[in-house]
Ligand binder design. Structure first.
Ligand code: SER
Length: 618
């Protein structure tokens, strides 16, 4: 079955089980300063998993756009992608293990017609230290399910050392069957949520050549051994815990977070051993063949995969309604890296045509515009920016490559090449490795120091900094979130109705708020805005929300920025009669809880027609 059909079937299947279909949230997180991109389905839903009421109810289903920048260099192994679609179904304190495991199995075997004999499952073996039991409940449910299919279902521990024997259900510990955004329980920061999970694996077949000749050939095979024989096709996470200072505590509600990568499901369902040969990539591969004078994918797998993957990632990031253009900082830097890396691999394939990357972007827009209409809305932007970026890079490509010295390479030189020619440092490192040149001992330190000196670039290339980073859900962050609403309304009152929110980014210590305005604010304007916000804080306004249709929300004049992430119904938060705004929450319940004095620390430009305020509570 084709990827596009699987997506539709999945949404319909869970709709028939009482779930509301919700659209994908933006790829760029909101009110979450610690990750550059959404990298799992649960991230945009965290407030609801923690107990906020979701306007569409307690059962949700979606296909979430996700991007993992940490995987940029993994691409090329047949199953890693930077951009992928995560099919997800959600119980927000509603159904739990029994319904979940039965439904997912039914979906895989009845709807996708996957042979149940090829499916194996894992469950959490428990951890006394954190007070979480072995998940015998899931084992019992799995046993019943397999029995219905006349499949033996012995369960075993220790398959890492003893192999699978004739088992069907396997226990694993913290590092495999616990899910949170930062991995196992020990790595979770205070305030983060997670829980045990149960994964489903598909058996690609013992005859797989990759297994026989690989480093794995003399080791016991088991579902998690990464030899390539088994591929994970779905993960049901039972999000029921939050980490507190003094250990793990039960959340207000027991949630289910199921995630299944669409590309992998398509691969299994289409009987392919490679995600790139599914319908989700095949048109892109055909285009690359054509552009490269008929080179074949099977003979040039890595280059084809990098180009296909990277252009898809870049297209979706630019094509988001909060889309960003290639740049030297933050998300824009990732887009730049993706397009530039595409061009280098295109050269390896001998592609000489100019402006070819936009032709690939065009294919991606056409393949996906039905499922993600924002790509069509933003098509012109995607095509123009891709073309501009390719032009820019081509102008300096040769010069830059020449600058890369042929003996030792130090971090400062790499920074200069980045500065002058726009060579992402990761790419310089790759070229250096290809030529067999050594990096200086202190390469990273040198690079970072050069970078620090160059002040405006202080956040460049810092994706490492964001890896596994987390939005905290502390009270301080919530307070500043409510302050953002007061700030937006105050800006409107002081500067005028042209003010709209363009983005926000909140930590426990400060808020950052972008808004549409053409000029620098005067000191007097800043004072007036601060005064409005502080008066609102002191007015003891109650904060409450109401659910309504998007249409009604617009009618009552509620502010709303990122509409594409909302379903039919939205939550509208009111702060007394001071402000009304479409928002997912969370907020304090009364402005007196803010308990501080708002201060604007900085007001500066943040792009054409956009200003940025940094503010704190004193
Ligand atoms: N959050 C889990 C994952 O990303 C399941 O959706 O695997």
């Amino acid at each position: 079955m084709k990827g596009n059909e699987i997506r539709r079937k999945y949404l319909e299947f869970f709709k028939s089980k009482g779930h509301a279909i919700i659209p994908s949230a933006s790829l760029m997180p909101e009110n979450d300063p610690t990750t550059l991109f959404i990298s799992s389905g649960m991230q945009p839903l965290i407030p609801y998993l923690m107990g906020e009421k979701h306007p569409d109810g307690k059962r949700l289903v979606n296909s979430q756009k996700s991007f993992r920048s940490g995987d940029i260099e993994e691409v090329g192994d047949n199953r890693h992608n930077t951009f992928f679609e995560m099919l997800g179904n959600w119980s927000l304190g509603d159904y739990f293990k029994k319904e979940q495991l039965n439904w997912v199995f039914e979906f895989l075997t009845k709807e996708l017609k996957i042979d149940p004999k090829r499916l194996y499952v894992t469950v959490y073996s428990g951890n006394k230290e954190i007070g979480v039991e072995r998940d015998n409940e899931s084992v019992e449910i799995w046993k019943e399910i397999f029995k219905k299919h006349n499949i033996d279902s012995r369960n075993y521990d220790n398959s890492e050392t003893e192999g699978m024997r004739d088992g069907r259900i396997f226990y694993y510990g913290d590092n495999k069957n616990w899910w949170s955004r930062s991995g196992e329980p020990a790595n979770m920061p205070v305030g983060e949520i997670g829980g045990p999970d149960s994964e489903i694996f598909y058996d690609m077949g013992a005859e797989l050549k990759r297994h026989e000749n690989s480093e794995w050939k003399d080791k016991p095979c088991h579902v998690n051994c990464d030899c390539g024989r088994f591929i994970e096709v779905g993960n049901s996470v039972f999000i029921e815990f939050i980490k507190k200072e003094d250990g793990f505590k039960a959340l207000k509600q027991k949630n289910v977070d199921f995630g299944g990568g669409l590309e992998r499901l398509a691969m299994v369902s289409e009987g392919k051993d490679n995600v790139f040969e599914t319908d989700l990539f095949i048109n892109i591969l055909k285009k690359i063949e054509e552009l490269s004078g008929n080179k074949k994918y099977r003979d040039n797998m890595k280059a084809f995969e990098v180009i296909a993957d990277h252009m898809k990632g870049a297209t979706f990031i630019m094509g988001d309604d909060k889309g960003v253009a290639p740049a030297n900082v933050d998300q824009g830097y990732i887009v730049r890296r993706l397009i530039r890396r595409t061009i280098r691999f295109g050269q390896q394939l001998g592609i000489t045509k100019s402006s070819w990357t936009k032709e690939i972007a065009r294919i991606i827009i056409d393949d996906y515009k039905e499922a993600y209409p924002e790509l069509n809305r933003n098509a012109e932007f995607i095509i123009n920016e891709t073309e501009k970026e390719e032009d820019k890079f081509m102008k300096t490509l040769v010069k830059g490559e020449k600058m890369i010295s042929n003996d030792k390479m130090d971090g400062k030189a790499a920074f200069n090449i980045f500065q002058t020619y726009g060579y992402p440092v990761e790419m310089t490192k790759e070229i250096v490795a290809e030529r067999g040149i050594k990096l200086s001992h202190e390469f990273d330190t040198e690079y970072n120091e050069a970078m620090k000196k160059h002040q405006s670039l202080s956040r460049t290339a810092a994706e490492g900094k964001f890896k596994g980073g987390l939005a905290d859900q502390s009270g301080e962050t919530t307070k500043l979130h409510t302050v953002c609403h007061l700030l937006l309304e105050s800006l409107k009152r002081v500067l005028g109705d042209h003010i709209h929110q363009k983005g926000s980014n909140i930590t426990a210590k400060r808020l950052r708020f972008d808004f549409s305005h053409g000029a620098k604010m005067t000191d007097e304007e800043k004072d007036r805005v601060e005064k409005q916000v502080n008066e609102a804080i002191q007015a003891d306004y109650p904060v409450s929300f109401e659910e309504m249709s998007l249409k009604e929300a617009k009618k009552i004049g509620a502010e709303g920025v990122f509409e594409s992430k909302y379903g039919d119904k939205v939550k509208v938060y009111s702060v007394g009669d001071f402000s009304t705004e479409i928002c997912g929450g969370p907020h304090v319940d009364n402005t007196n809880k803010i308990n501080g004095v708002f201060k604007i620390k900085k007001e500066q430009s943040s792009g054409a027609g956009v200003r940025r305020i940094k503010g704190i509570l004193e």
